[in-house]
Design a protein around this ligand. Sequence first.
Ligand SMILES: Nc1ncnc2c1ncn2[C@@H]1O[C@H](COP(=O)(O)OP(=O)(O)O)[C@@H](O)[C@H]1O
Ligand SMILES: [Mg+2]
Length: 270
Amino acid sequence: MNKAIHMSLPDATTPTDPSANIVSVRGITKFYGSDVHALEDVNLDFPTGQMTTLLGPSGCGKTTLLKIIAGLLETTSGEVMVKGKAVTSPGPERAFVFQDFALLPWATVTRNVAFGLELTGVPLKEREAKAKSYIDKVGLSGFEDKYPHELSGGVRQRVGLARALAVDADVLLMDEPFSAVDEQNRRKFQEDLLHLLSVENKTVIFVTHSIEEAVYVSDQIVLLSPRPGRIHSIIRPELDRSSSPDDIRRDKVYLDTVEEIWGNIREYLD
Ligand SMILES: Nc1ncnc2c1ncn2[C@@H]1O[C@H](COP(=O)(O)OP(=O)(O)O)[C@@H](O)[C@H]1O
Ligand SMILES: [Mg+2]
């Protein structure tokens, strides 16, 4: 018996409860020029304090949707609501975490972690103190004065994660943040991310094309169909998160949810 819970889809007219859903999108359609139909009528709620994953094949519009939510890209039609208000540009409550975390090669770990704060004009002493606290939280103590080329891939990812957390945005928009790391580090990161989220109370909108990763990290998984991206289904894996990571990955609920998503994907590939 599969314990993953299926959600009904909101439609363009469903009102949004800003206290339950920090971000909502209504009726998002996106064309690039007149030919490329990237998204079609996407309606979604992102519950406050939860991790929602956008999952789907390459080219289905995941990055497009994330950039629209970030306010970095205009919609063709539809609306993004943050805390109940329509937005059309970036804002301090949303932080976009670029693919592979994109560190500044010429800057130390401390400066990289503080970089988001530097952009928003936080004074040097204050941002260094804040950077230091996140450096400690993600286990980077001792690496403060190193440069990215001196670090392993796994440590670099950790720097990116600390930077994302340091900007103090309520909503983190993460576009395939673990795509360039090997499988072992990737698992370690998924665990670190979950741990940090459990103490930081952030809302995360996470993009991946890995089914296993989606099931492992998510409260809510939004499966998108191939282009134009539409919501195929919404799945809430009900994992017992008190188990160890290895036990979670061996758990029947985890395995069944992975299989179920495969089944859904087969359906639209046929
Ligand atoms: N700036 C752009 N101009 C034209 N087409 C684009 C642009 N950006 C993305 N696309 C196209 O839109 C579709 C969705 O892209 P994207 O959101 O990057 O998908 P995903 O992140 O799911 O791989 C793809 O077919 C892509 O080629
Ligand atoms: Mg993408």
